[in-house]
Write a protein that binds this ligand. Structure first.
Ligand SMILES: *Cc1c(COP(=O)(O)O)cnc(C)c1O
Length: 413
């Protein structure tokens, strides 16, 4: 497949592997399990290690199956370079490990994936200042920025309440201040939105979720979009400034975050994720349509107290979502009226499965306050707008009518 033509999203993902020599005609990138790699002679080994020749050194830093997936994700995000990690959390952890030093400051959205929130608390205990702000308004981010702020971190659509960061204006603010802007794109995926278009320098994706899409492999990625000028970043080691400045950040993250940190993606998981990614666009179209149908039905039902979904005109950031995203996502949450027990409701669902993953082919439901947000306690939950009856729904690819009937029948019972 020629790289010259601008093919669409799915064509590119399906046929991208063929841009490189095909091993034994295999249309899937084979699963390479080798940890070590051979060379024509000892001089070539040295040359690969010194970066004068392309090639693989050791499985922790790179593997042909993983690098094929890295290229796929990189194409999806329109990036300069992408690294894969064992999990989405490992990708975020690598940012901390590779790019922050004691005395630095981070401004983070307070509407965050729970484990990222927990990670930033750990970082705060290690000498990096972290301020959490309501990132739906750029003014809150601007007010928190200090001279030593190195990173602003936000998610596109937050889980479970679906708040949307003021993505464009935060990008403008970061560009003006020379601050690295990192966007976790997991909930939108590069099919609905490319954070590069709002100036994000680094993009995080949990490949475990919609990109892999089948709940059968963990993985994460970090894409350098090329939007950030690394000459403005204080923490690049002299060692990693040999290449063009566009490569400084990713080179340091590969060395410090992947080689030294070691949370590498395995080739089997990379294969599962690459196969899943082929149908990302098809699945997103179906799951987003299903989510919209469910959210609309529930929002009209008097037994439901609130529905949080960016696709509803009542959502506070409906306008931003309409402007920036191809569709409104496959996740929503809702609150039942007082007197309806959320456990009883969940137990009456016949199709949706009580489970904690997101972006699966199957519809998954979870009572948020009693599970993923249990550890933080009632006070913090209230401050984050998490009602005790809140149910999060990660919508799958089931037939729309079946899902709508399932959620309605559980209310009727
Ligand atoms: C799940 C998730 C992560 C972490 O990904 P894992 O692959 O589970 O480690 C990070 N960010 C968001 C928004 C997520 O939903």
């Amino acid at each position: 497949m020629s790289d010259k033509k601008n093919y669409g999203f799915t064509t590119t993902i399906l046929h991208g592997d063929r841009a490189k020599p095909i091993e034994q005609g295999s249309l899937h990138k084979p699963i390479h399990t080798s940890v070590a790699f051979g060379y024509t002679d000892a001089r070539q080994l040295a040359s690969v290690f010194q970066g004068r020749e392309p090639g693989f050194r050791y499985g922790r830093q790179g593997n042909p199956t993983v690098s094929a997936l890295e290229e796929k994700v990189n194409k999806m995000e329109g990036g300069v370079a992408t690294l894969c990690f064992a999990t989405g959390m490992a990708a975020i952890g690598a940012v901390f490990q590779a790019l922050l030093r004691a005395g630095d400051h981070v401004v983070s959205s307070s509407f965050l994936f729970g484990n990222t929130n927990s990670l930033w608390q750990t970082v705060a205990g290690q000498g990096v200042g972290v301020d959490f702000v309501d990132a739906t308004d750029v003014a809150n981010v601007a007010a928190a920025i200090r001279d030593n702020t190195r990173i602003v971190f936000v998610e596109t659509i937050a889980n479970p309440r679906t708040q949307i960061a003021d993505l464009k204006r935060i990008g403008e603010l970061c560009a003006e201040k020379g601050i690295l802007y990192i966007v976790d794109n997991t909930m939108t995926t590069p099919y609905l939105f490319q954070p590069k278009t709002v100036g994000a320098g680094l993009v995080v994706n949990s490949l475990t979720k919609s990109i892999g899409g089948h709940g059968n492999a963990l993985g994460g990625s970090l894409t350098d979009t090329g939007a950030y000028d690394w000459t403005r970043f204080a923490n690049i080691f002299e060692n990693y400034k040999k290449a063009a400045p566009a490569m400084w950040g990713i080179t340091q993250v590969r060395a410090k975050g992947l080689r030294d940190f070691g949370a590498s993606l395995g080739p089997e998981a990379a294969h599962h994720i690459a196969v899943g990614a082929e149908t990302l666009a098809l699945r997103m179209e179906r799951t987003c349509a299903n989510a919209k149908a469910l959210a609309e039905m529930l929002s009209k039902d008097p037994r439901v107290a609130a529905v949080h979904y960016p696709g509803l005109p009542s959502h506070p950031q409906h306008g931003i979502a309409t402007e920036l995203f191809k569709a409104y996502g496959s996740l929503f949450s809702f609150e039942l009226r007082d007197g309806i027990d959320c456990f009883d409701y969940l137990n009456r669902l016949r199709i949706a499965v009580p489970a904690s993953n997101l972006g699966d082919t199957r519809t998954l439901v979870i009572p948020v306050a009693h599970t993923i947000f249990y550890e933080m306690g009632a006070e913090r939950r209230a401050s984050m707008g998490i009602a005790e009856s809140l149910i999060r729904v990660s919508v799958g690819i089931e037939d729309t009518g079946d899902l709508v009937d399932d959620f309605r029948a559980a209310l009727d019972a």
